[in-house]
Design a protein around this ligand. Structure first.
Ligand code: ATP
Length: 443
């Protein structure tokens, strides 16, 4: 037998009325297991640029990595194609499935492609060129946009930081009914596992974050730093609907890697995910709806930043900034429209240095202690109560303490992206893996 390493990338195998790429991947893993010699990694869930306009939810793509008898590799693509056509709602205009197969080592060109897909918008034509240059077998439907995520998932080795997500799936024919995830069991699980898992609940509203809202097959997902912990945490969660299957993904969620590009203001383009090192140019203002708008500048230009109402108390941190404060904003670029200019939608904020806030007032009278008035230009101050005059006295300057901590500030958990590095992981990194056994399970 000649062993061959295979990576399959897939994306956009879903529709708003049911189905999602990770669920499809769990079915495919079960099917492929009959011919796979060895799973080389956990299934990979790769989150890509969260600010592109085409995504349905969290812009996630999946890669499966395994070794197989090379004589069987040709049968994989036609059988996946059949499965996709049976599973996805191809007729829906925003469902454009793509599945790509890469044999052997991952070409550098794909690694570069992935880096770009994490923060920019990639045209379908670029994916098509890469597919043909690298001669990769693929299958695509609709406008073929799914090939972008499929290629990017293959090209992501998860070689730097990574986390895990345990996803439980319900049966496809229960997708229109409530999941019935038991809140009490989730709060208990969170109390027990909060050092080892993250994004279980939103503490400001006490709402559950493990269960999605839409009619998709995901029952709940538990995110954490190691597979044993997410597995144990999941065993503590109760729900009315049963988990029909589950799978643990290794993922780039909670790594913040979509914000690694530091971009100057004049180079910002719609839908980029970026960090911008800048200075506050105008004091913040609150607009209708409770959103906070802040104007910042760097040496190349100025731009408005928006902290929207759902970001919670994060808005008030933004609202406390003053002209001259040095910050790094983490943001997605919102295109200009009839009503606003190109805007940075804030996903986070690093406060680097803050200016002194000084309150200037007329001095107190040395004779009677009451507030003095100006005696005229360059004439000092006079007291209207006791008549005392003083031409040498200066205005009082009071330094007001700024309640802003230097460092990273994030929106409330429910307003964070899948890719956002949460506060609990700010200083945490997972080490690269060398050799492992994939864990997935169909009860
Ligand atoms: P689900 O969570 O159900 O998988 P989703 O939020 O991942 O949904 P998709 O329905 O998969 O969204 O749609 C996203 C589409 O955008 C896919 O076709 C994917 O290939 C494509 N895509 C991903 N990243 C980029 C990018 N950087 N530039 C352009 N297109 C992209």
């Amino acid at each position: 037998m000649i062993r061959e390493n295979i990576t399959i990338g897939m994306d956009d195998i879903d529709s708003p009325s049911g189905g999602c790429t990770t669920h499809f991947a769990s079915l495919l893993v079960e099917d492929l297991d009959k011919i796979v010699e060895e799973w080389l990694d956990y299934p990979n869930l790769i989150r890509l640029n969260p600010n592109i306009p085409y995504r349905t939810r969290g812009n996630g793509a999946v890669a499966l990595r395994f070794a197989i008898d090379s004589s069987k590799s040709e049968e994989i693509l036609p059988s996946i194609r059949e499965m996709v056509l049976e599973y996805a709602e191809i007729s829906y205009p925003n469902t454009n499935p793509g599945v790509v197969i890469c044999k052997g080592d991952i070409p550098h060109e794909l690694t570069d492609f992935t880096k770009r897909a994490l923060w920019r918008t990639i045209p379908v034509s670029l994916a098509t060129r890469v597919l043909s240059r690298l001669n990769l077998p693929y299958f695509a439907e609709g406008n073929k946009r799914g090939t972008i995520g499929a290629l990017a998932a293959i090209g992501h080795g998860l070689n730097a930081d990574y986390t895990y997500e345990y996803i439980a799936y319900r049966s496809m024919n229960q997708c229109s009914e409530p999941r019935g995830v038991d809140a009490e069991s989730v709060f208990k699980m969170n109390d027990q596992m909060k050092e080892k898992t993250f994004a279980n609940i939103d503490s400001s509203s006490q709402s559950l974050l493990i269960e999605p809202q839409g009619p998709d097959p995901v029952l709940y997902g538990i995110r954490g730093d190691c597979p044993e912990d997410v597995l144990h945490a999941a065993s503590l969660v109760r729900s009315e609907q049963d988990a029909e299957r589950w799978m643990i993904f290794r993922t780039n969620q909670a790594t913040g890697e979509h914000l690694e590009q530091q971009i100057k203001i004049s180079y910002l383009r719609p839908y980029m995910s970026v960090s911008v090192s800048c200075t506050v140019a105008e004091n913040p203002r609150i607009i209708e709806g409770g959103h906070v708008i802040l104007t910042v500048r760097d040496e190349t230009g100025t731009i408005d930043c928006a902290a929207y109402e759902p970001t919670g108390d994060f808005r008030w941190i933004v609202n406390d900034l003053l002209v001259g404060d040095e910050i790094v904003v983490h943001a997605g670029v919102r295109p200009a429209s009839r009503t606003h200019r190109l805007t940075l939608n804030l996903e986070g904020l690093q406060i680097v240095t803050v200016v002194d806030e000084v309150h200037v007032s007329n001095p107190l009278c040395r004779e009677c202690g009451r507030r003095m008035k100006s005696a005229g230009t360059k004439k000092g101050f006079k007291c209207v109560y006791c008549g005392h005059k003083d031409s040498s006295i200066q205005k009082d300057r009071t330094y007001i303490s700024r309640n802003l901590e230097p460092g990273i500030h994030l929106p409330r958990t429910s307003a964070q992206r899948h890719l956002t590095r949460p506060s609990s992981r700010l200083r945490k990194r997972n080490e690269p893996l060398n050799g492992m056994i994939a864990k997935w399970h169909i009860p």
